[in-house]
Design a protein around this ligand. Structure first.
Ligand code: MN3
Length: 389
């Protein structure tokens, strides 16, 4: 029995994680769940999975969940706020913690869990984008695996599984990108893009923040930085290729010219299951890839004039230090502004770039420096709390 905790259990990844847990009831025991806003969903998860701990956002949420538990005569510890997430990350009987909350809110709990020797299933790429050097160094020191719940990085992990530690024959990692909903939309029409259009991803059903990141292709930029940290390869060896069908989820190119790729239908349950059952594979009842029914698979170079944030992410990654954290904080805040209806889609690019241009480098920033600059930028750009609804 693997004992798991899910941070962000009511979001898209959290719900799909629980779907897999329900599929393999003899393999997993849910220890803890955390939720930000969707208390009703959390209540039904509590009844189904009977965790020992739940973490909620506010004291009023705690009161509501407490009444609910009384009604069902359930004894579950209720934790609150950021301290609650930290407490949940310290429960040493946990084997695997799934980090599926949005944005840099995942940094402190991930850091805490690794420090306590708990394996990480990471669905929150912002953690590695902003604090990758520190998180990876701690994970190495504590010998804690960080397993990616991101289809591209999961694909690379599959491709590397036969390489057994010898990375010297790898020419480059190739991350595939769907190109998002605006791949073929002329840039001069970007001014009329609506919130609904930007949220409507052609291949994946995802949360709102990552959907907007996919529409700007910042998501791929964040994934380049994520890949740099996870697989410890230089940026010059990470390539992005647009593959609109999202069937090949990424590739590894070896220096003899061999390309290994991982293919499957675009279904996040596969990379989630790969993490949950790691290193085993388990049969599941979900649709399998029927090659003869697939559309032709096509590839093209990304257009960084159309999507300049992809280029910005490479630049910030190369600079390192505090740059990726600054870029990420700006992006989180500005995406929140867009989702709130405060700015237009076409202005996301310039606004993120402006914040990065004002950045003053900090070499080898501490986790406190990273969290401080993250908060400073978000407070300045989004004085109310960030919302991704
Ligand atoms: Mn991805």
């Amino acid at each position: 029995m693997k004992r798991i905790t899910i941070l962000g259990s009511t979001g898209s990844i959290g719900k799909q994680t629980l779907e897999i847990v329900a599929q393999f009831p003899d393999q997993f025991k849910v220890i803890g769940l955390s939720c930000h806003r969707q208390i009703e969903t959390l209540k039904s998860q509590i009844l189904q999975f009977k965790p020992q701990y739940v973490a909620v956002h506010s004291k009023s949420d705690r009161e509501e969940v407490s009444q609910f538990l009384k009604r069902y005569k359930l004894k579950i510890d209720i934790l609150v706020g950021n301290e609650g997430l930290i407490a949940l990350s310290r429960i040493e009987s946990t084997d695997l913690m799934i980090v599926a909350i949005v944005g840099t809110a995942g940094i402190a709990p991930t850091f805490e869990a690794i420090g306590n020797g708990i394996s990480i299933g990471l669905a929150c790429k912002e953690v590695l984008v902003s604090a990758g050097d520190i998180i990876m160094a701690l994970a190495k020191k504590r010998k804690v695996p960080i397993l990616p719940i991101d289809s591209e990085h999961s694909a690379i992990q599959h491709c590397l599984s036969g390489v057994s530690g010898d990375m010297s024959t790898i020419d480059r990692l190739i991350l595939t990108a769907s190109g998002g909903p605006f791949l073929n939309r002329p840039k001069h029409t970007f001014s009329s893009i609506t919130r609904e259009e930007a949220l409507n991803h052609p291949n994946w059903k995802m949360g709102s923040k990552i959907s907007i990141d996919s529409a700007t292709m910042m998501n791929k930029g964040l994934e380049v930085i994520e890949a740099h940290h996870l697989f410890q390869v230089p940026y010059s060896k990470i390539e992005v290729i647009v593959h609109p069908q999202s069937i090949i989820h990424s590739m590894v190119a070896f220096d003899d010219g061999t390309l290994l790729s991982q293919m499957s239908l675009p279904d996040m349950r596969l990379p989630i299951q790969a993490v949950l059952t790691y290193p085993k594979r388990c049969n599941n009842p979900w649709p399998k890839t029927e090659l003869a029914t697939l559309p032709p698979l096509t590839f093209q170079k990304p257009d960084t004039n159309q999507f300049p944030l992809l280029k910005l992410a490479y630049e910030c990654g190369e600079k390192g230090g505090i740059y990726p954290a600054v870029m990420n904080a700006a992006n989180e805040a500005i995406v929140s502004q867009f989702l709130n209806g405060d700015i237009q889609f076409e202005h996301i690019f310039d606004k993120v770039t402006q914040v990065v241009e004002q950045c003053v480098q900090v070499d080898s920033p501490s986790i406190h420096e990273i969290l401080a600059i993250d908060k400073e930028i978000k407070d300045r750009l989004c004085p109310k709390n960030l919302t991704y609804v």
